[in-house]
Write a protein that binds this ligand. Structure first.
Ligand SMILES: Cc1cc2nc3c(=O)[nH]c(=O)nc-3n(C[C@H](O)[C@H](O)[C@H](O)COP(=O)(O)OP(=O)(O)OC[C@H]3O[C@@H](n4cnc5c(N)ncnc54)[C@H](O)[C@@H]3O)c2cc1C
Length: 281
């Protein structure tokens, strides 16, 4: 079994994890390891346009993630590309077990694993549209929040025809609602009664309509994404994400509940790093 050690292991290289890693390095901890199962940058990659993060303003999610990735390379941060499947507490350390069976042992552990989407159980439903050409495609976007409106705009801008399927009043930001109106995107109100998978795409029985679409994107909310742990961590304190377990931190949207914004996630990652570094002195 392959084993590696780190002073600080950070699981998840989204805004919170990257901020934490960068601040550890800035405060003199060199032995920092970021563990990321996918590409660095996290959920921000899905955003159509960022409006409220200084320095990333007016960028698409893809562009914003490139900026964040530059921080990783500028600081020579090591990113281990793997998924943590299990975490256990040892004497004075934590062990994070990877999908490939290898283990990372660390004195400090930061969980910056974000959130996972809620699903509807429709076969092959997607949770975000791909960054690709959607021309001639009809996409049913289920949800009435920021993510649903953001995805519908992106599909439209990438050549597809998106239809928003929402229950009641929209919960998205007014700027997104206005832009959806301006781009003439259809919005249906009602309840998804059932669906049929067809040879090509789906037939959705929504409200009073039957909508035929090629793809279904579900954006009906998210929930915390915590890797399995063999111990409980108790209370999580704001802003550093410190817990009842010494040297274990939970940061970012994983613990931000409804306050899921990149700048807040960034701030908690930074605060965790400051706590870790203060303890080390
Ligand atoms: C469509 C959309 C638009 C958005 N627009 C904006 C916006 O304009 N402005 C704004 O501020 N915010 C926006 N957000 C929200 C923003 O993306 C999140 O608040 C932010 O990314 C949260 O950062 P995070 O680091 O806490 O988590 P995430 O970005 O979710 O990162 C978590 C990372 O952990 C990794 N991970 C999870 N589990 C494991 C594991 N077991 N092992 C290894 N890696 C793991 C994931 O792959 C992921 O990369 C938007 C979100 C969406 C979906």
């Amino acid at each position: 079994m392959q084993k590696r050690r780190a002073e600080v292991a950070i699981i998840g290289a989204g805004p919170a994890g990257i901020a934490c890693a960068q601040q550890c390095i800035r405060q003199g901890i060199e032995d920092v390891l970021l563990i990321e199962r996918d590409r660095p940058g996290g959920l921000l990659y899905q955003a159509n346009r960022i409006e409220n993060f200084p320095g990333l303003r007016d960028m698409s999610g893809r562009e914003a993630v490139e900026e964040l990735t530059d921080i990783i390379s500028d600081h020579d941060l090591t990113v281990l590309k793997d998924e943590v499947t299990e975490i256990s507490e040892k004497k004075n350390s934590f062990e994070s077990v990877m999908k490939d069976g290898s283990v990372v042992s660390s004195n400090n552990l930061v969980l910056a694993t974000g959130t996972k989407p809620r699903g509807l159980g429709i076969p092959d439903e997607k949770y975000h549209p791909e960054w690709r050409d959607h021309t001639y495609e009809t996409v049913g976007v289920v949800g009435g929040g920021d993510a649903a409106y953001d995805y519908a705009l992106r599909i439209n801008e990438l050549g597809g025809e998106s239809v928003i399927l929402q229950r009641g009043e929209p919960k998205a930001l007014q700027t997104l609602i206005d832009e959806v109106k301006r781009q003439d995107i259809r919005v249906l109100n009602g309840e998804l009664k059932d669906w049929e998978v067809e040879e090509r795409g789906y037939k959705l029985n929504f409200g009073e309509e039957i909508l035929k679409c090629d793809t279904v994107v579900v954006a009906i909310g998210r929930e915390p994404c915590v890797p399995p742990m063999d111990f409980s961590y108790g209370d999580v304190k704001f802003p550093s994400g410190s817990t009842d377990v010494d040297r274990l931190y939970l940061v970012g949207s994983l613990v931000l509940g409804g306050y899921r914004h990149a700048s807040l996630a960034w701030g908690t990652g930074l605060a965790a790093a400051m706590d870790i570094c203060n303890k080390k002195q």
